[in-house]
Design a protein around this ligand. Structure first.
Ligand code: ZN
Length: 218
């Protein structure tokens, strides 16, 4: 079972990918992580990628493909979760060939659908206790006593610098730009499965399980 997992930042893609690795032994092939790892380990592809990056050039499709091939060859029968690749229809074709050469196919492209306004609200409202890290939310979960942490009674709170509206909207736009070229490619092949990314973590997980287990998504 090989899948592509798509979802904007904040949709819980990382959580779901981590879960699929733990529960099903799937391997996550995130191009960014793979590049860093190949470079660090000095694999043949990593050496080539390093030269390209040090020259200030973009790593080519050929290098990324070789990297994925390297990892697929080292993987057992577990399925793979592709993350961050493909970004273009051309790369999607390359991925198809990479898999076919190894007797594999791409089974599903699972897209975590979100309501952008609700997602912004969800992310921008997050804050944590500065002392113990307990998470709170401006509208969903305020401390019981205003300004005092429920757990440790601290009165200082903090917010991640990334959790502001401008950053969230920019990242959403980047996500749309990156996925727009490949969605039609996979639509044509009937591989897109849409999941409600606004549901709670367990519900999203159940929807993904239903797809992977061949049941009709609820
Ligand atoms: Zn606290």
């Amino acid at each position: 079972m090989n899948i592509i997992l798509l979802g904007p930042p904040g949709a819980g893609k990382g959580t779901q990918a981590t879960r699929l690795q733990a529960m099903r032994g799937m391997i996550q092939l995130s191009t960014g992580d793979m590049l860093r790892e190949a470079v660090a380990r000095g694999t043949p592809v990593g050496v080539k990628a390093k030269q390209v990056m040090e020259a200030g050039e973009l790593v080519s499709d050929a290098i990324v493909s070789a990297l994925i091939g390297e990892r697929l060859d080292g993987a057992g029968d577990q399925g793979a979760i592709f993350d961050g690749f493909p970004r273009t229809a051309h790369q999607a074709e390359a991925l198809e060939m990479l898999l076919a050469a190894r007797g594999r196919t791409l089974d599903h492209v699972i897209e975590l659908m979100v309501d952008e306004e609700a997602l912004v609200e969800r992310i921008v409202g997050r804050f944590t206790c500065a002392r113990c890290g307990t998470p709170y939310h401006r509208t969903l979960k305020l401390p019981r006593v205003s300004g005092v942490c429920d757990v440790c009674s601290a009165t200082e709170f903090k917010q991640r610098p990334d959790d502001n509206e401008q950053t969230v909207r920019t990242r959403m736009a980047e996500y749309r730009d990156k996925t727009a070229p490949i969605l039609p490619y996979y639509e044509d092949r009937g591989l897109i499965r849409r999941v409600d990314g606004m549901a709670d973590v367990d519900t999203v997980a159940a929807q993904i399980d239903a797809i992977l287990d061949g049941a009709r998504a609820p």
